[in-house]
Design a protein around this ligand. Sequence first.
Ligand code: CTP
Length: 399
Amino acid sequence: MDLRGKHLVLGLTGGIACYKSAELVRLLTKAGATVQVAMTDAATQFITPVTMQALSGRPVFTSQWDGRIANNMAHIDLSREADAIVIAPASTDFLARLANGLCDDLLSTLCIARDCPLLVAPAMNRQMWMAPATQRNIAQLRADGVAVLGPGSGDQACGEVGDGRMLEPEELLDDIVAHFQPKLLAGRRMLITAGPTFEAIDPVRGITNRSSGKMGFAIARAAREAGADVLMVAGPTGLPTPRGVARIDVQSAQQMHDAVLSQLRGIDVFVAVAAVADWRPAEVAEHKLKKANDTDTPTLRFVQNPDILATVAARADAPYCVGFAAESENLEQYGEQKRRRKGVPLLVGNIGHHTFGLDENEIVLFDERGAMRLPRADKLSLARQLVAAIAERLPVDRP
Ligand code: CTP
């Protein structure tokens, strides 16, 4: 329920992407928002107000002369309590009118008479998007403080391929949720390790662990929502990259170590969430190991992997470092010991070691002031609380 208590005005303008707005309204209401739909005449050619009314559970408005509003001022009243107006899809023509302050129908009048943020999701053919006039209008809207969501890129309804299509409803939902998060890490750069590592034995076998990567990915998303520039170095997971996050995929601990060290320049915060293998097989067989007979079993010899977190924390130019620990017992004692041993200002302890793959977690934060337990919650809520805790502790200027 990321949008609980939020009131949104969703404006539809003329474009084939209107069919996606039906799904968007469903996602927004499911996330807890109340949604007031307003449509231009052109939008009603693509999807009916009846559909949008059924999904939003509120009467849909299309005309500024609509008599259903008592004082006959739909253009003012509909957005009076709004936390934001979202135009999706935003057509080429509507963006042009918006950029120039034209207001000759209900939706454009609502936009100019607003007292809340305006978010637009452009939806058009790639040539219309690339047209100098459209680019000029978009630049003007950005300068006016309008948030431009997307557009996406790919197959278009006209059969062409390129930039200009409206973002998918799930992507729009993520961007709208992100819009409402406090920008606690604006201007900061964060590097995160996430997921398990995979240590090869031979070309088809290897050793890994049960980390799903969910906590690391949730932190990447929460940091991005808070305005940080986020780069993730991820071990093998099947998880999708959070919107706006950059990602380098690696397999082994050594590769994760090398990738992290090569990306450290300019990083303000390093968060080591990955479950890095402590050891790797000393030799990787070039060919698949074969059974020689029924009794022989192979013996593996291990060597130690580099400790990525300790290496980064020990550097003279170390960013603010956050470590993780999964302990099966004595968390309070082991957590603080590990924080000191790794030389980090903040360490996050997982309560129990059975949270791998689950959507919920329970964590304790250790810093020089002591231990602070966060109540059990879903990983994204915890990630947002952790981001807030990091932002609060971050030095104003890095040395
Ligand atoms: N970590 C790391 N590189 C490693 C091992 C761990 O960066 N080679 C990081 C993890 O991402 C985590 C923290 O160190 O943030 C703690 O890892 P953990 O495996 O719990 O600690 P260990 O040092 O391995 O201690 P132990 O196994 O004794 O609990």
